[in-house]
Write a protein that binds this ligand. Structure first.
Ligand code: DC
Length: 229
């Protein structure tokens, strides 16, 4: 069976960096499931679809024309052939992704698409319900958290480094709103799998988080990792 490592947790906890490091080290494929929900949000917005109509957004999710292309080591994200890697990272798209991600028809439409990413030699899957719903049989499950204040600080720093305006209070408010909707929704809420390794990156630097997770991966997936090296 193809081995899967799942990393779930709230936005800004460091999942993206951890998953990238794990994928680089193991040679496994990478699934950024949040990007798929963001693509669905952007497509809904651009199509003028009624964002309150769960079936209509679900239908759109079913037909979503998306692609992830590796160009010079960086992943380009395409929606109907158009590069939208930057556009989907906007805060308003994150909030809209969180809204449409609560719709059962949307989650059903995107479930198999996410499972299709699971190919040899293995997969590192980043999201909210990777270990609980999409890959419940994963070989290693991680649940990564950090305080909302620390996550807002990181996001503000990221924006400042990119030369953009950063309003800490607004960022914190958006993060708390997104946490609230992701944790309390009925379908696939953000929750740690009972067998997940839970880590808090508030005070633990991401390289230390990576060391802890990779150690555990070696212990649990040793034979598979040996094969891809
Ligand atoms: O990881 P992210 O910030 O790019 O995700 C954007 C939104 O998509 C997030 O607020 C909730 C939703 N999401 C989800 O519901 N399930 C996933 N597996 C991944 C993301």
């Amino acid at each position: 069976m193809t081995p899967v490592i799942t990393v779930d947790g709230p936005s800004g906890a460091g999942k993206g960096t951890l998953c990238r490091l794990l994928a680089e080290k193991t040679g496994f494929h990478l699934l950024d499931s949040g990007a798929i929900y963001r693509l669905c949000a952007l497509a809904s917005l651009e199509s003028g679809c009624d964002l309150e109509d769960q079936s209509a957004v679900g239908e759109l999710a079913r037909k979503l024309d998306i692609a992830f292309k590796l160009v010079n080591g960086a992943t380009q994200i395409l929606l109907a052939g158009e590069e939208v890697s930057t556009a989907i990272r906007e805060e308003r798209i994150g909030l809209l992704a969180s809204k449409v991600a609560a719709y059962a028809p949307v989650r059903a439409a995107l479930l198999e698409r996410q499972r299709d990413f699971c190919r040899a030699p293995g997969l590192v899957a980043d999201g909210r319900d990777m270990g609980t719903v999409v890959f419940p049989g994963a070989a290693l499950k991680v649940f990564l958290t950090a305080s909302a204040e620390e996550r807002a600080k990181r996001r503000a720093r990221q924006l400042e480094l990119a030369g953009k305006a950063a309003d800490y209070a607004k960022i914190l408010q958006d993060i708390q709103q997104r946490d609230e909707s992701d944790r309390n929704r009925e379908n696939s809420p953000l929750v740690a799998a009972s067998d997940a390794l839970e880590l808090d990156s508030t005070l633990l630097p991401i390289d230390k988080v990576f060391d802890r997770v990779y150690q555990k991966a070696v212990a649990q997936l040793g034979a598979h990792l040996g094969r891809v090296k």
